[in-house]
Design a protein around this ligand. Structure first.
Ligand code: E4P
Length: 217
């Protein structure tokens, strides 16, 4: 499973990159706002840091304007994936931009039918939002499973990018279902390493080690 980091925080990306945990990055307008940085500048910095796809999102609503914005964003670096919303215009923009050989990430996906359309429009990635479905008492994980089934039935190559991941269980279940990629905030990725029995075990080992009076030299 590929790991994308869902942030525009360069320091956090750098830390995870050094551990080999970063196969790509996703950003969106809210994450750019949170970073307090200029979109072009911060996106370029991220693209220089990461080898894999870096998603940058258009903000226009009409297809023609989305295509224009997408082409501008793609000029930032070769590893830009243009993020378009799953609207009818977004699908039109996806078809055109994908036809130009660009990576396209179709975002704000909340149904398997939407994902089917994105695959037919040539999306490189489809981003189903797990957490936001859970927020309204729907089953975000079932959506990942439904899309996996539909894509596998017909051999669509669009990669399922499990997004809006809020917990370590979201990450595990996405992997179990077979999402191709997950994008998670840095703190969720770091929490995946945590287990209370690891901490407890380590504490006990260190106490016993102290009693031996030895040193590793
Ligand atoms: C990533 O591509 C999405 O924009 C992001 O995962 C959304 O997450 P949120 O629902 O926590 O804002």
């Amino acid at each position: 499973m590929k790991f994308f980091v869902d942030t525009a925080d360069v320091a956090a990306i750098k830390e995870l990159t050094e551990l080999g945990m970063v196969d790509g990055v996703t950003t969106n307008p809210s994450l750019i706002l949170k970073s307090g940085r200029d979109i072009q500048e911060v996106t370029k910095e991220i693209c220089d840091l990461v080898d894999g796809p870096v998603s940058a999102e258009v903000v226009a609503l009409e297809a023609d304007r989305m295509i224009e914005e997408g082409r501008k964003l793609a000029r930032i670096a070769d590893n830009i994936a243009i993020k378009v919303p799953l609207t009818w215009d977004g699908l039109k923009a996806c078809k055109t931009l994908a036809g130009e050989g660009r990576m396209v990430n179709v975002t704000l996906c909340f149904s398997a039918n939407q994902a089917l359309l994105a695959a037919k429009a040539g999306a490189t990635f489809i981003s189903p939002f797990i957490g936001r479905l859970d927020d309204i008492n729907l089953d975000g994980m079932q959506l990942i499973a439904d899309i996996r089934q539909v894509y596998d039935n017909y051999g669509f190559e669009t990669q399922i990018l499990a997004a809006s991941i809020r917990t370590v269980n979201h990450a595990l279940q996405s992997a179990q279902i077979g999402a191709d990629v997950m994008t998670a905030p840095p703190d969720v990725i770091k929490k995946m390493a945590a287990h209370p029995l690891t901490d407890k075990g380590l504490e006990a080992f260190l106490k016993d080690w102290e009693k031996t009076g030895q040193k590793i030299v």
